[in-house]
Design a protein around this ligand. Structure first.
Ligand SMILES: Nc1ncnc2c1ncn2[C@@H]1O[C@H](COP(=O)(O)OP(=O)(O)OP(=O)(O)O)[C@@H](O)[C@H]1O
Length: 233
């Protein structure tokens, strides 16, 4: 089985000419099937840039970036858009729409798929919300939920379309310790039970235990790739 993420010798720079600044230098990164990889490192080390390349949110400049079997180097925008639909994204702030209920926010992720009627979308959203422990709250708007509950809705939204890969950027940054751990453990358990791979960027040392592997970046390079933690339960 092919690795969901296979990045080789990726170099990336912002700006041009005299303003050109390399923020990724010959980065290699692999996320295996069903694997949970945490990407960590100091602010500005290039973690988010790497995550957005893997998420087909920006164009690859140099090197090879294969995600869910597609080579993104040289890919057209339409190909990148198609790939993004097969990825579940979770961001630092939940990015839920405030005027929609939790159920509608989750169901919206299925609209892009086409082929699913509204009733089925809402049923799948309800089932997904139940699996993140929010069955009772499906009708509430984000403003009526706690921070941890909102991020659980974001987890449900990312998973409802059965993506091949989850990309998460600082998903616990806005949460206290207990809710942060609860959210990532839930994400890990759901992803494990479905065999979905996760690449998660975090500064948060309290959630490192969910990882199968921890990859550390510094100044645009991978400085450690700790496969020894693969035994983590
Ligand atoms: N759109 C942009 N234009 C120019 N420079 C950028 C842009 N986005 C990021 N950078 C710079 O690229 C470098 C890497 O940023 P990136 O966000 O990838 O790092 P990071 O490790 O995710 O940092 P943090 O942990 O603070 O989010 C930083 O020096 C940042 O200032």
């Amino acid at each position: 089985m092919e690795n969901p993420v296979e990045i080789r010798e990726v170099t990336y720079a912002y700006g041009e000419g005299a303003l050109r600044r390399e923020v990724l230098r010959e980065v290699d990164l692999r996320v295996g099937p069903g694997e949970i990889v945490i990407l960590t490192g100091p602010s500005g080390s290039g973690k988010t840039t790497l995550l957005t390349l893997a998420g087909a949110l920006r164009a690859v400049q140099q090197g090879s970036c294969r995600v869910l079997g597609r080579e993104l180097a040289g890919a057209r925008e339409a190909e990148r858009v198609a790939l993004r639909r097969r990825i579940g994204f979770i961001f630092q702030s939940h990015n839920l729409l405030g005027f929609l209920s939790a159920r509608q926010n989750v169901a919206m992720a299925l609209e892009l798929d086409g082929g699913t009627g509204e009733r089925e979308r809402l049923e799948r959203a309800d089932a997904m919300l139940a699996s993140v422990g929010l069955a009772e709250h499906a009708g509430k708007q984000p403003g009526q939920l706690s921070g941890g509950q909102r991020q659980r809705v974001a987890v449900a939204r990312a998973l409802v379309g059965s993506p091949g890969l989850i990309l998460a950027d600082e998903p616990t940054a806005a949460l206290d310790k207990a809710s942060g751990q609860e959210v990532v453990h839930l994400l890990r358990d759901l992803a494990r039970s479905r065999g979905t791979a996760i690449l998660l960027v975090t500064h948060d040392p309290r959630i490192l235990d969910v990882a199968d592997r921890i990859v550390a970046m510094e100044d645009g390079r991978v400085v450690a790739d700790d496969a020894a933690r693969a035994v983590n339960g």
